[in-house]
Design a protein around this ligand. Structure first.
Ligand SMILES: Nc1nc2c(ncn2[C@@H]2O[C@H](COP(=O)(O)OP(=O)(O)OP(=O)(O)O)[C@@H](O)[C@H]2O)c(=O)[nH]1
Ligand SMILES: [Mg+2]
Length: 341
């Protein structure tokens, strides 16, 4: 708070003057008779306080406001769909339907998908999986992993390189663009060298382009990227442009399955400008609700590529299949309904 003194013949006159100069928000903090030294300035000294501009809560950024509005809309839609479905299943008198619907929604499945599943539509028809590395028709496989900090990009990348490069005896190479934390890239490259995989750290999109050109002969190239928090998305703009403008690059958005559904949706929105081709989920071992994985894949029309189920390299990784995901969403296998025929 900023303080300012006004001297005047009356307190009222000081208030009028202060409101004119400081605005109507100025508050009287203190009022007293002037001391002998200041009496020539006026009979009263009135001290006003005004909030400093920086003390005012900053206005939310427009993109943040748009995100929040979108999230509110999603929540309202979800709530009204849930209410509609509950009314429908209650009036149809089928407690089994209502029980199944409630379980699917409790497992974070989108209410609309839950309703379709209860009505007999195969959940597997609502989303896709694609566990083939690389873009179809591209001369070689170049795979980039992007996603929020700590999602499991680097760990998953090593798992993929070990399984689809080393084990399959394919020439594989790793390019790391994670120069934010040098130690992280160094760690990745030393692990790669233990495994006998080539690895380079690159600090610009131009250097990445050059490295991709230089490794034309490699059948399989993995690009690791830094985890960008929501306040750091600008820092990734060049890299995002580069990945999005190279159709040969197969970009997987790596997301923890343990994220709250609303955070998952927001994070996918945030990473839109990387134009990911697939969603890759990690930390399946840290949650027991898998509905949001399928819901987001269906809603965005983005196939799910791989599922990471723990920290073990390279074992805790599986190619996504519809059957596995449907089973996870339905929970108990005996209640497995709606799987593809
Ligand atoms: N429980 C569990 N832990 C995982 C899984 N995948 C990765 N982790 C752990 O999560 C931590 C972060 O993994 P990283 O691979 O470094 O994540 P990152 O996305 O590269 O992180 P940044 O580069 O910092 O953005 C490590 O301790 C991993 O062992 C998983 O599927 N399950
Ligand atoms: Mg990393």
């Amino acid at each position: 708070m900023k303080l300012k003194s006004y001297f005047s013949g009356t307190v009222e006159a000081a208030v009028q003057l202060a409101h004119k100069e400081l605005g109507e928000d100025a508050l009287v903090v203190n009022a007293r008779r002037s001391t002998p030294e200041t009496r020539h300035l006026g009979a009263y000294e009135v001290v006003f306080g005004v909030a400093r501009p920086e003390a005012v809560t900053p206005a939310p950024r427009p993109d943040r406001v748009a995100e929040e509005v979108a999230e509110l809309r999603r929540q309202i839609e979800r709530m009204s769909q849930s209410l509609g479905a509950v009314r429908l299943f209650t009036s149809s008198g089928s407690s089994n339907d209502l029980e199944l619907y409630s379980r699917l929604v409790a497992n974070d499945l989108d209410p609309q998908l839950a309703q379709l599943a209860v009505e007999g539509k195969a959940l597997a028809e609502t989303f896709e999986v694609d566990a083939i590395l690389g873009r179809s028709g591209a001369p070689r496989r170049v795979v980039a992993l992007v996603g929020p900090p700590g999602a499991g990009k680097t760990t998953t990348l090593i798992k993929l390189a070990a399984r689809y490069g080393l084990a399959a005896r394919k020439p594989v190479h790793i390019l790391s663009t994670d120069v934010y934390r040098i130690a992280a890239a160094d760690q990745l490259c030393s692990l790669a060298s233990i495994l006998g995989i080539g690895c380079e750290v690159l600090d610009t999109a131009a250097a990445l382009a050059q490295a991709l050109e230089g490794h034309r002969s490699k059948d399989l190239i993995f690009i690791d990227t830094p985890g960008l928090a929501s306040s750091e998305m600008e820092d990734g703009a060049d890299l995002a442009r580069f990945l999005a403008s190279h159709p040969e690059i197969d970009t997987h958005l790596v997301l923890p399955a343990s994220m709250k559904p609303s955070d998952l949706a927001r994070t996918i929105d945030r990473y839109k400008f990387f134009q990911p081709a697939k969603l890759l989920f990690t930390r399946l071992d840290e949650t027991d609700r898998y509905g949001a994985l399928v819901s987001e894949s269906a809603r965005r029309s983005l196939p799910i590529s791989f599922l990471s189920t723990g920290q073990q390299i390279p074992d805790d990784l599986e190619p996504a299949t519809q059957a596995r995901l449907v089973e996870l969403v339905f929970g108990a296998p005996e209640r497995r309904m709606g799987t593809a025929a």
